[in-house]
Design a protein around this ligand. Structure first.
Ligand code: AMP
Ligand code: MG
Length: 376
């Protein structure tokens, strides 16, 4: 269980016994039988023992008796109610008690989980609380899904490796790092194949190599209609193209297909577009491959606080800042929305999703928002 964090459970976890396994005290105090509870005034009982958590009382509590009990210690036979120590008067071997509800301060056997019940469903991503619940059942190993292996490449003669000198006309690679983090966040294992130049044979060889070692091959750049946009052609030679270009903005150039057994995603080069296309297409695919149950993040409605321009006929994704104010969710755009402006992703905390049929949005209209949730 020490290595299970963030992994995806492959089978349901069932409780091998009731949790808690026995009725036990929820407080430090005195266990009594409810027949001894006075309906008014006080009554004195004999304290017949002192029970620590982890110990079990050997006898049975008789009428007129109380047992000092610690939080978590099992209830003795004959007792069904616990007085917190603050509400009683102790005097030597006697304790004086007043009225209290029958059954107070007792945690019932099986109240958390019943034996045989499914505690956690397969497909769940294990957070610290799931891990704790599993170990509380005495289970120390679980089966998890294998992480999907994702081979990752950047394409482009102009793309330079961060940490190395940059020639005039070059830009530093952003996509390989936004994508790498995104893959890891959704439970994938990254095989980083670096930067590939816009040279057909080199690209072809690297894609073939990538497909031989990974479940998914992910590239960025080289999927638009420029002379050096070779990814689509090479994909058609090496494998199959299932679709190319999507009616969305940003992220229109997007190639999807197969190379041998590997699934291929050719993401756009512009940094916002590639990250967005990852979120919309690659993340659910990796989630599916990883065995996750939930593939799509929740969305909700918010009031647009400013006018948003929108072309009909395509779905647009603006980067927005979402806030709860005066009893409702409000969203405004992060400013310039160019598909190369990665700082719009940094400034934003959500996507504003405007569907195909919609035109310009007036201030005050409701829009769909998808909060950036790093791990959902
Ligand atoms: P392309 O589709 O290859 O023409 O790329 C579109 C735009 O994205 C160009 O301005 C590229 O310089 C830019 N770009 C491509 N790859 C990357 C990358 N890995 N990091 C940052 N920008 C990139
Ligand atoms: Mg390029």
């Amino acid at each position: 269980m020490t290595r299970a964090l963030a992994r995806v459970l492959a089978g349901d976890v069932q409780a091998p016994f009731d949790v808690p396994p026995a009725d036990n005290s929820a407080v430090d105090g005195y266990a009594v039988g409810s027949a001894d509870i006075p309906s008014a005034g006080t009554r004195a009982l004999d304290v017949v023992g002192d029970l620590a958590a982890g110990a079990v009382f050997a006898g049975t509590l008789r009428p007129g008796q109380a047992l000092r009990i610690m939080t978590g210690a099992p209830m003795p036979p004959g007792a069904d109610t616990v007085y917190p120590q603050e509400v009683v008067q102790r005097d030597g071997h006697r304790v004086s008690i007043g009225p209290i509800a029958k059954g107070a301060n007792v945690r019932m056997r099986g109240e958390d989980v019943e034996a045989g019940g499914i505690v956690i469903e397969r497909g769940t991503v294990l957070r610290p609380q799931e891990i704790g619940l599993i170990t509380s059942l005495g289970i120390w190993q679980v089966e998890v899904h294998r992480r999907p292996r994702v081979a990752l490449l950047s394409t482009g003669d102009e793309v330079a490796e961060p940490g190395t000198p940059r020639r005039p006309g070059q830009i530093y690679d952003a996509n390989r790092f936004t994508l790498r983090g995104s893959i890891e966040q959704c439970g994938g294992e990254v095989l980083d194949l670096g930067i590939v130049p816009d040279v057909r044979d080199v690209l072809s060889a690297r894609l073939a190599e990538a497909a031989s070692m990974a479940d998914v091959v992910l590239t960025s750049g080289g999927v638009s209609v420029g002379v050096y946009d070779l990814v689509k052609d090479v994909l058609a030679e090496l494998g199959t193209i299932d679709f190319w270009q999507v009616a969305m903005q940003p992220g229109r150039p997007l190639a999807f297909g197969r190379i041998g057994p590997a699934t291929f995603f050719g993401l756009p080069g512009n940094p916002v577009a590639s990250l967005l296309a990852f979120m919309l297409f690659v993340r659910p695919a990796l989630g599916k491959l990883a065995g996750r149950r939930r593939l799509f993040p929740p969305t909700w409605q918010a009031r647009a606080m400013e006018r948003l321009t929108k072309k009909t006929g395509r779905r647009e994704f603006k980067r927005g800042v979402l806030a709860f104010r005066d009893g409702g969710w409000e969203v405004r755009s992060t400013g310039p929305q160019g598909s190369g402006i990665l700082s719009s992703m940094v400034a934003g905390n959500c996507l504003i999703v405007l569907d195909e049929a919609r035109g310009d949005v007036a201030a005050g209209e409701m829009v769909e928002v998808e909060p950036f949730t790093e791990a959902f």
